[in-house]
Design a protein around this ligand. Structure first.
Ligand code: ZN
Length: 640
């Protein structure tokens, strides 16, 4: 429970209610001065806890590390692509050269597209790619009729390649765009990049080519419609030296020797399901596979040969967490395999690429002899986060990055369920408040915070969304919904949401509609009320409220006010706040359903049935600071 700030205490005209004097009964004396000092001390402790939480706790899984941000090459952002052309299928062939002095790629892509509105212009995203202009060709799929290219140019500012045509592409027709190009295996961990490690036996440098396309870097590896709503199927082929292996999202269909280079192999992969470009991935390396259990068909973990033994923990818990999520969602994992790769150089903690999850070594490898309990926790939480994404993010994807929390919030929330399943003795669900809610509080109490969802266009703006607001506040409001709707309605709503938008995209309003429908069906929400009305106050407004509850006998007065450390920053944001409580006459600490709501109003009063004590916000399921310094809370203290 939180405390009111000094200013709130000073502004309060009825401070006597914070003073308890029961000397007549001889059991408790707290003067106004002592109470004030205690409050001040508590405030300092909370501020310290918030700062320590922010600076010491590990970054959220998947959040960019300072190293990645420092190395990030971010240009002014791209404008959105027009909606007139929708990609259906990519046929991608790519040859990465991992040779000293030649870290480049040769690529060829054929994109089949559907034209939804006649146009004589094709706009694709590219970044740091050189197009072979003579190769650019457009033809109609139905009769192979060529469409003449009249002009083509780079628009570096918007990270686009624009192809102008002599005639319009017709609405309703399908066309194929064919392009060959040259790219780079860069060393700043974006797009298709190079990484290396030293072989401990030979002391040789071993090179790896890996990918990090999220959020906007598939365009560094191949020309594409690089927005999450442009879902398409991908058929990928990768050429590699015969002493290395290649991996992509899907299993291999076949491998054949490259015609004019006998020491090179083409790996042809099976076609993917409908997916967003940021989830495409490939790895070319001499990393080694390890399977401990021959009956395990889905999972393979790849690491340096020296570190293979350290993949045991991930191999033990990965399949069990995945099965847990399959049962929880009632939807089987949609792909035929999962490769998990410990990449020696990785800018993020991990990336949930569909079927090919990449990790930095520290959050996938675990050495029984020297790793700590905290290391074990990191492996379990990051693994569960990425596996939850296989449904929330990969199967159902936010339509645009302004709703990033719709995948990151869910993965950050559901990871607690996954970890709790494999390590029930950790009681990790009880850590949620300190790890997520207070991490969100620390940022969200600053003037510089931002709403969970807000308009973003540029690559720069999109990258800034990957912060504790999207992850921890996102997870916290999802937990709040779960608690005010109840687990049964919440879970049924999520399953309906996943089924409705499977292999497709969704906005937050789509989730609100499904949850509202489920809540009305289950009788958990008044017919006149929608989840959108409640939750918009949490997603489109920044900050969070401090809720003050004052009890006088049966009457309770509650009020809300935005919480901030900066007293010069006053504003009048109001939220829909679920008020759950329990009393000595109706004691149930696990009942988190709201008995009252603050409906975007500054305050209200109601009556409760209690003799001695009552407790507001048990389990801190609402994400507001609560304060109730009054007789009843001190009674609880005296009972403990
Ligand atoms: Zn994530």
């Amino acid at each position: 429970m939180g405390v009111p700030t000094t200013a709130e205490l000073e502004n309060n005209s009825n401070q006597k209610k914070y003073t308890v004097n029961r000397t007549s009964k001889g059991d408790l004396v707290i003067s106004k001065i002592v109470c004030g000092l205690l409050v001040l001390l508590a405030m300092i402790l909370i501020a310290l806890a918030a700062l320590l939480t922010y600076f010491l706790l590990p970054y959220c899984p998947n959040e960019a590390t300072p190293e990645a941000l420092r190395k990030a090459v971010v240009k002014d952002g791209p404008a959105r692509l027009p909606r007139s052309i929708q990609p259906l299928h990519y046929r991608l062939q790519i040859i990465p050269f991992l040779e000293e002095g030649n870290f480049t790629t040769n690529g060829a892509v054929q994109i089949n597209v559907n034209v939804t509105e006649s146009t004589n212009k094709i706009e694709l995203n590219i970044n740091d790619i050189e197009i072979n202009q003579h190769s650019v060709a457009v033809k109609r799929v139905s009769d192979d009729k060529s469409v003449k290219v009249s002009d083509q140019k780079y628009d570096n500012e918007s990270q686009k390649y624009i192809i102008s045509l002599a005639e319009s592409l017709k609405e309703g027709d399908q066309y194929q765009i064919a392009i060959t190009y040259n790219g780079k295996l860069n060393d700043y961990m974006q797009g298709f990049y190079r990484s290396s490690y030293i072989d401990s036996n030979t002391k040789d440098v071993r090179w790896i080519a890996s990918t990090q396309f999220s959020p906007t870097d598939a365009r560094r590896a191949f020309p594409c419609f690089d927005e999450p709503s442009f879902k398409a199927k991908y058929t990928v082929s990768i050429a590699r030296p015969s002493n290395m292996t290649s991996l992509s999202n899907m299993p291999k269909r076949e491998s054949v020797v490259v015609v004019d280079r006998k020491d090179w192999i083409w790996d042809h992969f099976k076609e993917t399901p409908q997916m967003s470009s940021y989830l495409v991935a490939f790895v070319v390396s001499d990393l080694q596979p390890f399977r401990f259990n021959s009956s395990e068909k889905l999972f393979t973990i790849w690491s340096r040969r020296d570190a293979l033994e350290q993949t045991r923990l991930a191999m033990d818990i990965g399949p069990r967490i995945l099965s847990y999520f399959e049962r929880y969602f009632g939807i089987d994992y949609p792909l035929p395999k999962i490769d998990m790769v410990a990449v020696p150089d990785f800018g993020f903690n991990a990336m949930e690429n569909w079927g090919l999850i990449t990790f930095r070594e520290a959050v996938l490898l675990f050495d029984e002899k020297i790793s700590t309990v905290e290391d074990k926790r990191a492996v379990a939480t990051v693994l569960a986060h990425e596996l939850a994404h296989q449904w929330f993010g990969n199967l159902v994807t936010p339509k645009w990055w302004d709703d990033l929390w719709l995948k990151e919030g869910f993965a950050s929330y559901l990871l607690y369920y996954g970890v709790n399943f494999v390590f029930p003795d950790w009681n990790i669900l009880t850590e949620f408040i300190m790890t997520e809610v207070h991490k969100a509080f620390a940022i969200d109490s600053l003037k510089s915070t931002h709403p969970l969802t807000f308009t973003v266009h540029s690559t720069d703006e999109i990258r800034q969304m990957f912060d504790p607001i999207s992850y921890s506040k996102g997870a916290s409001i999802i937990r709040m919904i779960n608690n005010f709707l109840g687990e049964r309605t919440f879970k049924a709503g999520l399953i309906k949401y996943l089924h409705t938008f499977t292999y497709s995209n969704a906005r937050r309003d789509d989730l609100w509609d499904v949850l509202t429908q489920q809540a009305h069906e289950d009788g958990n929400l008044h017919d006149d009320l929608s989840i959108k009305e409640i939750m918009d106050s949490w997603t489109v407004q920044s900050g969070f409220p401090v809720v003050t509850a004052v009890r006088n006998g049966k009457r309770v007065d509650v009020s809300q006010k935005r919480f901030t450390f900066d007293k010069s920053f006053a504003e009048d944001t109001l939220w829909w706040v679920p008020l759950s409580y329990t009393t000595d006459l109706r004691t149930n600490f696990d009942d988190t359903s709201p008995k009252q709501w603050l409906k975007k109003e500054t305050g209200k009063n109601f009556e409760i049935e209690a003799n001695r004590w009552w407790l507001v916000n048990p389990h801190q399921t609402g994400i507001s600071h609560s304060s109730f310094f009054m007789t009843s809370s001190l009674w609880i203290a005296s009972l403990l």
